[in-house]
Design a protein around this ligand. Structure first.
Ligand SMILES: C[S@@+](CC[C@H](N)C(=O)[O-])C[C@H]1O[C@@H](n2cnc3c(N)ncnc32)[C@H](O)[C@@H]1O
Ligand code: SF4
Length: 458
């Protein structure tokens, strides 16, 4: 369905806000969650029958894209960096494995970065096979890797497929040469096309393209040309991220000339045109910023209300618990977020000392759990079913969220939400501004001393 959003709506809702990949959001986590707390949670998980998702972070990239908001370590191509890092990953796996006390079944494995394909073929094989020593990875599960098409050749793709990877996600961002030059990411169209062709030939179950709107020198026209090229390559999934411009957190983003960034209106126009084109081309809009071909599992799950979201993005195969390995990685298990050390030297030092490299996190309170459920439901299903809340928390939704009723009414007046039949439905501009709807359920944002600054919601 096409969306029309006017300037006034943009001006009203384009405010700084969390992306809600977690709730409570990272700025309210603390060092109360340390290695000892995390070890207890791992042990409790080991005694349960719960299913597991595993994330492995490879932080290295050969060059820095100036827009980058990920946790990266820039290194020239030298296999010593990867060799050293993999050894430390194995040490971490050993500690995690000891705390769990068994070799858990993994139904979803994801390598992210940085750039996992910074590793060479033998390193990739060593890391994959070494992981199997500690984790029982289900070959029929989702086994995914993030790929920078500038760091791959056919032999490496073959290796990944042979090892068992069945999904790839590739950073495309924008095909315009002007934009690429401006963000220090030279990536000609033919290399993306070639990589996409290899993935088809090797029968990966799904290919995802990441795009970013709101980059410097982007215009609605230039980005439309990018979208045409994407549609022609027909990836099953597309993530169309809003550029998170946070120069106070990511100092290298200061290299971006602010005057070259599209205005909020232009940025919205870029998004809406792209959205329209994807819908015309057989894609379905999935939650806030994803698109999937109608016969892809993600589209079916969104329709059926069985889509889930974690730090790896949207998924159709949710696991109960989530373990992150590597520098900066985040885990969520036994209702506790735990994040590893963010700097490589600190991560290595913890492991040298024989300690789980956990730096901070948050043990969820009952109230956190209820709000996390509501926010996830809005983000993944664009709706809240009050009966489901009742079933999950044995509480009446409207009574529990009494203080939020004014926010809900405002969202209804603003056309972001519809209340019907025991449910809240995200509608109209709410589909773009769902983060704003969620913000009203965020207990910590309502506090006077709310910490942190976030990127804008458009
Ligand atoms: C770890 S990167 C993907 C893999 C690989 N490093 C690459 O760039 O091709 C994950 C994705 O995050 C997105 N991303 C990075 N920085 C961002 C930012 N500041 N705002 C929005 N999306 C961003 C990009 O679309 C990128 O492809
Ligand atoms: S966008 Fe990808 S390649 Fe570029 S710096 Fe970030 S993680 Fe590295």
């Amino acid at each position: 369905m096409s969306l029309t959003i006017d300037r006034e709506t943009v001006a009203k809702f384009d405010v700084p806000g969390p992306r809600y990949t977690s709730y409570p959001t990272a700025p309210v986590w603390s060092t109360d969650v340390n290695a000892a707390v995390y070890a207890e949670k791992l042990a409790a998980f080991g005694r349960s029958n719960k299913t597991l998702s595993l994330y492995i972070h490879i932080p290295f990239c050969q060059s820095l894209c100036t827009y980058c908001g990920c946790n990266v370590v820039i290194r020239k191509q030298d296999e010593r960096f990867g060799d050293e890092y993999i050894e430390y990953l194995f040490r971490e796996m050993e500690l995690v494995h000891r705390a769990i006390g068994n070799r858990p079944r993994v139904r979803q494995l994801h390598w992210g970065g940085g750039t996992p394909t910074f590793l060479n073929e033998s390193q990739i094989e060593r890391l994959y096979k070494g992981t199997l020593k500690y984790f029982d990875v289900d070959p029929a599960g989702e086994i995914a890797i993030e790929i920078d098409p500038r760091t791959i050749d056919k032999s490496k793709v073959r290796k990944l497929r042979a090892l068992g990877f069945n999904r790839v996600s590739m950073g495309v961002q924008d095909f315009s040469e002007d934009v690429q030059k401006e963000v220090n990411r030279w990536q000609p169209y033919p290399i993306v096309k070639e990589f996409n062709d290899w993935c088809r030939e090797l029968k990966f179950a799904s290919v995802n393209f990441d795009l970013i709107y709101g980059l410097p020198r982007q215009t609605p026209e230039s980005f439309s040309a990018t979208v045409e090229k994407v549609v022609a390559l027909a990836p099953e999934r597309v993530a169309l991220y809003s550029f998170a411009y946070v120069p106070w957190l990511k100092r290298h983003q200061r290299k971006i000339d602010e005057s070259l960034l599209p205005s909020a209106d232009a940025k919205l126009d870029i998004f809406l045109r792209a959205r329209e084109r994807f819908l015309e081309s057989g894609y379905q809009a999935i939650a806030m910023d994803h698109f999937a071909l109608a016969d892809d599992d993600l589209a079916k799950a969104f329709e059926a209300g069985t889509l889930y979201r974690n730090f790896m993005g949207y998924t159709v195969k949710p696991a109960d618990e989530y373990i992150g390995l590597g520098v900066t990685s985040i885990g969520f298990l036994e209702n506790t977020y735990a994040q590893n050390e963010k700097a490589l030297p600190a991560y290595y030092a913890a492991l040298d000392a024989g300690r789980l490299p956990v730096e901070r996190g948050k043990v969820l309170t009952d109230d956190d759990r209820a709000r996390r459920w509501a926010i996830n439901s809005l983000m993944c299903r664009f709706r809240i079913d009050k009966r489901d809340f009742q079933k999950e928390f044995h509480a009446d939704f409207d009574r529990y969220f009494q203080d939020e009723q004014a926010h809900i009414r405002r969202c209804v007046q603003d056309g972001l939400l519809r209340v019907e039949n025991g449910s809240l439905e995200v509608c109209g501009p709410g589909k773009l501004f769902v983060r704003n709807v969620c913000m009203g359920f965020d207990h910590y944002l309502q506090q006077k001393d709310a910490p942190a600054r976030f990127s804008r919601t458009v």
